[in-house]
Design a protein around this ligand. Structure first.
Ligand SMILES: [Mg+2]
Length: 210
């Protein structure tokens, strides 16, 4: 749990990586196209979660290629940050808030390879962060705010009374309802954090838990 002193000194702000600050689809597409799989271009990816189906891949084939891309030092290690994401962490840190990254990344043949790629990529791009946690459970880290693009993660946090904003992406835009707390950009999320408006989220959590 965060201590009172954390909150007196600023909000604890959580960030998911893939689909929020890291363009995962572009990274794996670039790796596959460069490896000769020209059918795996970004424009052919399916817009929903099973984007690899647009490349004619089964889930098993996709997971094998993802692992190969990580082992090759490409996927999770290379690729530009999504626009505005580095600036978002800088802005929040400058305003006195702390940044907590929680990412579900455990892939690769060598133990810890995805963690090492992640830390190196964050350093390469000068992301400001105060903790880095590898977990599929996005409720594992206590934060006052959190941004994620996976609807299931949003639902899990709200169900536990934890703040979350769902970053609207093509793969989640049809999910949820009018009460789903969405942002259309990382910049919009930063503005909300800077205003410190958690009250609406707490009432939303109560609505969902009924
Ligand atoms: Mg994500």
């Amino acid at each position: 749990m965060a201590t009172n002193s954390n909150r007196q000194n600023g909000w604890r702000v959580g960030f998911d990586l893939d689909g929020v600050v890291y363009d995962f689809r572009r990274a794996i597409s670039d790796y596959l196209v460069n490896a000769g799989r020209t059918e795996c271009s970004l424009d052919r990816a399916h817009p929903h979660w099973d984007f690899f189906k647009g490349w004619g891949l089964t889930l098993e084939e996709y997971l094998d290629l993802y692992k190969a891309g990580v082992d090759a030092g490409q996927v999770l290690r290379h690729g530009d940050p999504l626009p505005g994401s580095v600036e978002a962490t800088e802005t929040l840190a400058r305003a006195g808030h702390s940044i907590h990254i929680v990412t579900d990344r455990s892939v690769g043949s060598q133990p810890g390879i995805s963690s090492r790629h992640t830390a190196a990529w964050l350093a390469d791009h000068n992301f400001v962060f105060h903790s880095l946690t590898f977990s599929s459970d996005k409720t594992a880290v206590d934060t006052d705010f959190f941004i994620d693009d996976r609807f299931e993660n949003y639902v899990a946090r709200v169900a536990k009374g934890l703040n979350c904003h769902l970053l609207t992406r093509p793969w989640n835009q049809d999910l949820g309802d009018k009460d789903t707390q969405r942002v259309d950009s990382v910049e919009e999320f930063v503005d909300i954090v800077l205003r410190g408006s958690t009250a609406s989220t707490r009432s939303l959590a109560m609505t969902h838990s009924r």
